[in-house]
Write a protein that binds this ligand. Structure first.
Ligand code: ADP
Length: 489
């Protein structure tokens, strides 16, 4: 009889997927369904939680069929878009209004008021997070204040991030959240066991509505037998960026990964010591195993792949994202053109939400290729700024592992190695988020004794990009970028 598979449910922002992995790390199959994005007002982003559930279930069923039935699956691992909040009724199991997505800015005023009232140092010191509408707590309070059915639900009210919602539906009523997702709500102290009473009081969120916090690997519960043709154990959970950190094998202190998708997220593991930043980086839980937490420092760049989409869809400079590589190579350098890609403000380490983009150095000699090249170059510059902030916080990088859709671009990978002056590694399979969830599920169901063993068995091969730029060129690039940042300040 052949070995059993691991089933990953990857509930992302724009799509939800299910994937089947063999215990040696081979990816057997994928099913994917797009999610409807709702933009009811400027700055608001919502999802239909019922759609997340039905599409995820549909993808999961396809993978169970492909595996040959529920008994061919050793365990389920779940990974998800983080911070997004779902409210539901415990009695009916139905959502109470749409989910508020991580990108949603509707609670910006509430965050500003809390900051003005002097609460940011406490929040930052306890949770590792700054006061920003990005995180879940102010979204939960908004739902209570603005949705009569949420306010009226009383003891029937349940809040959860997306993994929590999916587990409730899969198991028929288990209400849990893993420590990596819980650490993004702003209601969990980095070293606290349960929800923090002071933070629940500050954000005015009833802790009775919140899930129980659990490890990232373990036997948490089983799917209702009718859903997938048999009960399957749910054994691994993690927020998407934490799952990618694990899927890249970056758990040891000093290991760093950058996921280059729509935005870019850099996590540097710091081991079991509490992370702390004086350079506006975030502290976050990577995972909790047997009650022990691994932490990371995190930096978020808001505009990465979305800049390439903008070149394609708004400027019409390229036909396909993948063409940007050859266009950048078609000129020997940027011709003096630099681009500040602040299309939705600047994230870490600058945190300048009001910043807007700049293209500088235009002359009659400037062609389309120079502008495309300047756009691609801005990725290495943004990541270089983060590297400086991590180093200033006592977490210097020795190498960088990249993944995500944009990492497929060889020119960007090489340019990042050149500007950082560090080796850059890219796994052959850039779907590291799902791979990390599969590793956790493998540990949780006992297929592997430790996470390190799961990584050893399941890590993808990788390609290395060595720095090759001479120092004068690097300094020219860095000073051009610094001039842009000064111009915008
Ligand atoms: P997400 O998970 O955030 O939806 P992905 O990891 O799927 O994003 O990456 C998609 C992004 O990567 C898109 O914004 C796209 O513009 C960009 N992208 C994809 N391929 C390339 C490429 N070859 N060069 C540059 N950017 C690319």
């Amino acid at each position: 009889m052949s070995e059993r598979h691991l089933l990953v449910l990857d509930a992302g922002t724009t799509s939800t997927r299910a994937m089947l992995y063999a215990p040696d790390g081979a990816r057997i199959a994928v099913a994917q369904a797009d999610l409807t994005q709702y933009y009811p007002q400027p700055g608001w982003v919502e999802h239909d939680a019922a759609e997340i559930w039905t599409r995820t279930l549909d993808c999961a069923r396809q993978m169970v069929d492909r595996a040959g039935g529920a008994d061919r699956i050793a365990a389920i691992g779940i990974t998800n878009q983080r911070e997004t909040v779902v409210a539901w009724d415990r009695q009916s199991g139905d959502p109470l209004g749409r989910a508020i997505v991580w990108q949603d800015r509707r609670t910006a005023d509430r965050c500003a008021a809390l900051r003005e009232a002097g609460h940011e140092p406490l929040v930052q010191q306890r949770t590792g997070l700054i006061l920003d509408p990005y995180f879940s707590a102010t979204k939960m309070r908004w739902m209570i204040d603005h949705r009569p059915d949420v306010a009226a639900a009383g003891d029937r009210l349940a809040f959860g991030t997306v993994e929590s919602w999916l587990i409730w539906k899969l198991t028929g009523g288990l209400h849990i959240s893993d420590a990596s997702n819980a650490s993004r709500t702003q209601l969990l102290a980095l070293d606290g066991e349960g929800w923090d009473a002071d933070l629940c009081a500050l954000f005015d969120v009833p802790s009775t509505a919140l899930p129980a916090i659990v490890d990232n690997a373990g036997r948490f519960g089983s799917t209702l037998p009718d859903l997938l043709g048999g009960a399957i154990a749910i054994c691994g959970l993690a927020g998407d960026q934490q799952a990618a950190t694990i899927g890249q094998g970056c758990l040891a202190p000093g290991a760093v990964k950058a996921t280059l998708g729509t935005g870019a997220f850099v996590l540097a593991s710091v081991g079991q010591d509490l992370p702390s930043s004086t350079h506006r980086l975030l502290g976050t839980v990577v995972c909790q195993l047997d009650g022990r937490r691994h932490y990371a420092l995190e930096g978020s760049i808001f505009v990465a792949g979305s800049l390439i989409q903008w070149l394609r869809d708004s400027l019409g400079l390229i036909e396909k994202a993948a063409h940007s590589d050859a266009i950048a190579r078609s000129v020997p350098d940027n011709g003096g053109v630099f681009m500040l890609p602040a299309l939705s403000g600047l994230g870490a380490p600058h945190w300048r939400p009001e910043a807007s983009g700049i293209i500088s150095g235009l002359t009659h000699g400037t062609g389309r290729a120079h502008i495309v090249r300047a756009a691609l170059e801005s990725m290495a510059h943004q990541v270089h700024d983060l590297a400086a902030a991590f180093a200033a916080d006592g977490a210097p990088w020795r190498m960088l592992r990249i993944d995500g859709g944009m990492s497929a671009n060889d020119w960007i990978a090489q340019d990042m190695a050149d500007i950082l002056d560090l080796p850059v590694e890219r796994p052959d399979d850039v779907e590291t988020t799902a791979r990390g969830a599969a590793m956790l599920a493998g540990v949780g169901c006992g297929l592997f004794p430790t996470l390190e063993a799961a990584m050893q068995a399941m890590l993808s091969q990788s390609t290395s990009f060595a720095p090759a730029m001479d120092d004068a060129d690097r300094q020219r690039r860095l000073s051009g970028w610094r001039a842009l940042l000064r111009h915008d300040a």
